[in-house]
Design a protein around this ligand. Sequence first.
Ligand code: GAL
Length: 652
Amino acid sequence: MLGVCYYPEHWPETMWAHDAQRMKELGLTYVRIGEFAWARIEKSEGRFTWEWMDRAIETLGAAGLKVVLGTPTATPPKWLCEKYPDILPVDIHSGLTRGFGSRRHYDFSSETYLVQAERITAAMAERYGSNPHVAGWQTDNELCCHDTTLSASPAARAKFRAWCAARYGNIEALNAAWGNVFWSMEYDSFDQIDLPFFTVCETNPAHRLAYRRFASEQVVRFHDVMIAAIRRHSRPGQWITHNIIPPATTGVDNAALTRQLDFVSYDNYPLGFSDQLMAKAPADEWQPFMRTGHPDLAALNFDSVRGLSNGAWWGMEQQPGPVNWAPHNPRPAPGMVRHWTLQAFAHGAACVAYFRWRQVPFAQEQMHAGLLRPDDVPSPAWAEVEQVAAEMALLGDLSTVPEKAPVALVIDPVSAWVDDIERQGAGYRYPAVVFQYYRALRSLGVDVDLVSAGEAKLDGYRLIVAPCLAMPDEATVNALKASNGMIVFGPRSGAKTQEFSISAGLPPGPLREFVPIKAIAVETLRPDCDEPLSYQGEVHGSGKWRETIEVGECCVLAVYEDGSPAAVRSGRSIYIATLTDDAFLKSLLLNLCAEANIAITPLPDAVRLRRRGDLTFAFNLSGEVVHAPAPQAASFVIGSADIEPYGVAVWR
Ligand code: GAL
């Protein structure tokens, strides 16, 4: 099923019915509206102007479309900011208030905003909770986007003090847990604790971690209050979703954030995200994917959202052409809008909605493409959506729960926080480490589930890959113990205690029961200064992060240039003590897949595979025809064994 994001308030009402009819004719089912419309819904506190929205919903519904209603809390209007200035967040770098004039200008710790946001959310749910055209709800919009998880507001400080008091009980316990004897940082009372900003040099990492945990909980609490407000008024059957930002980069624990939702949604901007990711890559690596996006980036995010979702997830916003917010904004290669849509379905989506219906000629996003140009003429994406809408029928029911993959990749927001807080080497970035392991698996043609540490149910996976579990908690260790697949730990795993000290008995602390080793030293290197590592007679690069390990009863798999162990194995568990080049990871994971009986299909860079039910999807990200790695008996549902440039083949 397909949909689109629409802003009736941006266009004269005389255009709505025609727009709705064209959406229907294009083959769309869902229209998301409303998520930034607060100022048009409520003119001043309690003075509601619902009538236009009533008519918009009626017009869309009358055309046979289903409405996804966004609650407008991402954009508190000017009158609200003036009346309640304490809702505004404070920038953690400058200490300045982040003011009105864009979006997301609210503080998750503000009780005033919580009340106001709950009030508008409940009012909207009361008005439309039994509207037959409203199929479901989107809460807010991309919570935490634009670096809004952390705020240095007075409200955040007061709440953080209370949070510390509740967590540690007495100030001596906090001093001991954080190691505040260092640099004379001991406190006499919780009221003396400030937020970990605006100091001469670095603050205590334990202090910063506590603040990260607190801030994530503030976001979750805010969101849960909004969900509850909708549930109080919505009729049974109206679902609630949120378009999250995956995985582990916004400072919120996405598993906790999404727990109360019916399913999870994601906004897919492959070119924008790839441009950000590969900003420093040399042109010859980047250019082939400039108009397709990196072959594995959208897939990583899709798999991450599927891992968080109860069953099939939604693509709530799909890039239809150039965006306006990345460092460079090329147009997609011809066919890529269809390609990304089918890719989302292959990775478990139930619906893909395009952002946006028509390019808007004014304000911040005027350079962002839509399905229609500002002059109402179809943009190049239009014909691709027409094509994919016709193809949907060939794919069968995609609302079903996607099957389990053979491999689990464990992701962990806390490891991302540890990396942000303790930047021991500029070459180590947690998201990049996760991405490297994911790429290696995907280049072997293997389907991967992303599971969140702590939440993880790992039984049934034949291979479990944890690129980093910097601070594994009891739940994660227990889930690993209860699993029965082979386990791969990346470097820095088990590095820290829950209070950000070096693990007892040295890293990997609690993971020593899987691999009896001790990381006795850590060094970090410049990314362009690789040193050799040998594995099965081949020399590979090892750099950025290198641990020297003392090993107990282990089998040494790979060694550094001086013969000391770089990767070891004990029973079903493997520990890799360094970041390596891609070739090493591929080679090791290929061997482990073979041992775990996981079928692999090594793929060229521009080809990717993904199975859903009895369908196999093959994606060609190159401008050349490529041959699909399909078995002889394949019966093609879409395309053929020769996949056209930027095309897709699907077979049973
Ligand atoms: C998304 C956001 C949309 C729009 C879009 C532009 O992140 O949810 O409101 O700004 O980006 O690409």
